[in-house]
Design a protein around this ligand. Structure first.
Ligand SMILES: [Zn+2]
Length: 266
């Protein structure tokens, strides 16, 4: 499977798959296959069908520049647009990025963490202090070895704010926290940070919000150790759901297909 994974294009598959692109490509492959059939090119048609379907599956599309034309083509077609944008198996409303939602703003949280000796300034940059960073990575390494259901149990035991946990898998792995989905790598990172902060922070809401802010210091996925990639919320067809706002930059694990951090928009 490693060979297949290296062919995979995470920007256009999984949750980033653009359904207009997929549909237009599938139609073009079918047309090409039929054309070859009509010309009695059986083997060629078989090859085109196989390679075409595999490429659409692995890379999102096979015809070059599809993202530039397919969405407009589909938008101009009589097919209802909702067919592609709202028909997601997973309701994005049920997803959230953090273990706990607090109403503290980022600046307050970071200054509290700085006062507690958790973060320090290094020139323009903010960094975790060395002891905190070491303890956090050690705890993440431990939590990443837990099965998904053990991780869910651990989350419920650790956090008073959580009353019910479950697990959910749809290609990506999620812990269901009081009915909402939180990605496995996010749970590992935040739960580890929450534990480390026990020693440094007394205020529960600062501890929860602080644990969430630790995710911006990640450079690799806490579950699979893949280097994180910067991306943006826009899918390839520009199927962006918040039209009056510019898309946020996000940190993602391409292997787990999970978002690890959303940089606050300016
Ligand atoms: Zn990962």
């Amino acid at each position: 499977m490693a060979e297949l994974d290296s062919l995979r294009e995470p920007d256009h598959t999984g949750s980033n798959r653009c359904w207009p692109c997929t549909l237009v490509n599938a139609c073009l492959v079918v047309l090409f296959v039929l054309w070859l059939r009509v010309r009695n090119r059986r083997l060629a048609s078989l090859a085109v069908a196989t390679v075409g379907v595999a490429a659409i599956y692995l890379r999102g599309y096979v015809v070059p520049y599809t993202p530039q034309f397919a969405p407009r083509l589909v938008a101009a077609s009589p097919l209802p647009n909702e067919l592609f944008h709202d028909a997601d198996v997973r309701d994005p409303e049920s997803e959230r990025e953090s273990l706990a939602e607090t109403d503290l703003d980022g600046e307050t949280v970071l200054s509290e963490l700085a006062a507690a000796g958790v973060v320090e300034a290094d020139g323009e940059m903010l960094l975790l202090t060395e002891d905190v960073d070491d303890a956090w990575h050690e705890e993440m390494a431990h939590l990443s070895t837990l099965s998904l259901s053990a991780l869910a149990d651990e989350t419920r035991r650790t956090l008073d704010t959580v009353s019910e946990t479950d697990t959910f898998t749809d290609g990506a792995e999620w812990v269901v926290i009081d009915g909402e989905l939180v990605g496995r790598p996010v749970v590992v990172a935040e739960l580890a940070a929450y534990r480390v902060l026990d020693e440094y922070v007394d205020d529960e809401s600062v501890r929860l919000a602080g644990a969430a802010s630790f995710r911006m210091f990640l450079d690799e996925c806490p579950v699979c150790e893949t280097p994180l990639a910067e991306s943006s919320e826009v899918s390839c067809c520009g199927g962006y759901t918040k039209p009056n706002q510019s898309p946020d930059d996000i940190l993602v694990c391409p292997a787990c297909e999970q978002r690890l951090f959303t940089f606050p928009s300016e």
